[in-house]
Design a protein around this ligand. Structure first.
Ligand SMILES: [Zn+2]
Length: 271
């Protein structure tokens, strides 16, 4: 599943190819995405400039003259920049054709992605207005994290994966951040001390930052915006390493299911 680093990598990948271009045509081949694409969206977008490509959580925001297009990659979506008239393949759901002779194409086999248009402040959109601070922003720090974890009985791993508390920390990065911070994933959020919250906030920033640096963790369904498949695989300390020795201490990595997601930790390094 594309997580925040993959979405940010997509943003960086498409940005130079779409910024400043005019949308000559937007074609929705199949509106049945996670939410049905508004039939009026194509006419609305036509003729507008793409002024910027931003990201909020896992949403990509294409800033147009009159508002924004919001794109979510869902479970298996990808955006690629391709020459106009590139033959469509299965699961290509919409094309944003540009005056440059290129198009931005959305492919999503599982159709959990989405496309919306919005004329107001994107921060007021119902999908965005309740999102927590961006983990890479300064507002996200140990004090913030300690404040939102305090008083919560749920496991700390589930808390940091809750997009109302922390945005963009998916399953892989949750296990990795908790390992780096030395905190067991099953601990009650409220048991995390101020110092541990500071370590965890720093670990989340580091793990996401490293993944963005590496171009996102390799994902089965993800293609780079330039059409080249795959990314450098980030070094993972615990994720998907059940029964293998901890890279720090040699203790065998444990696994259990939490909130229906596989969770990995080192019982020696993490307390
Ligand atoms: Zn260890």
């Amino acid at each position: 599943m594309p997580e925040l680093p993959e979405v940010e990598t997509t943003r960086r990948g498409i940005e130079p190819h779409v910024t400043g271009r005019v949308i000559s045509r937007l074609t929705v081949h199949d509106p049945r995405l996670r939410w049905r694409v508004d039939a009026k969206l194509a006419d609305w977008a036509r003729g507008q400039h793409i002024r910027a490509v931003q990201r909020r959580g896992k949403y990509l925001l294409l800033q147009l003259d009159q508002g924004h297009l919001l794109v979510h990659l869902g479970m298996s979506g990808s955006l690629r920049v391709l020459p106009l008239r590139t033959a469509r393949e299965a699961h290509d759901h919409f094309d944003i054709e540009m005056d440059s002779g290129w198009l931005l194409r959305f492919n999503d086999p599982r159709r959990f992605g989405s496309l919306h248009h919005w004329q107001g402040d994107p921060a007021e959109h119902s999908l965005l207005k309740n999102l927590a601070p961006e983990p890479l922003d300064e507002a996200f720090d140990g004090a913030y994290l300690h404040r939102v974890l305090r008083g919560r009985r749920i496991a700390v791993k589930l808390a940091i994966m809750n997009s109302h508390l922390v945005v963009g920390v998916g399953n892989i990065y949750a296990s990795e951040s908790l390992f780096r911070a030395g905190i067991r994933p099953g601990r009650a959020a409220r048991s995390v001390t101020r110092a541990q919250a500071a370590a965890l906030a720093a670990a989340i920033k580091a793990v996401l930052g490293d993944a963005i640096e590496a171009g996102g963790t390799t994902l089965r369904n993800y293609m780079g915006a330039d059409g080249k498949p795959g990314y450098f695989k980030q070094k993972l300390y615990v994720y998907d390493r059940a029964g293998e020795p901890c890279l720090v201490c040699g203790t065998l990595i444990k696994q259990r299911v939490m909130g229906q997601r596989a969770t990995y930790w080192c019982a020696s390094c993490q307390k």
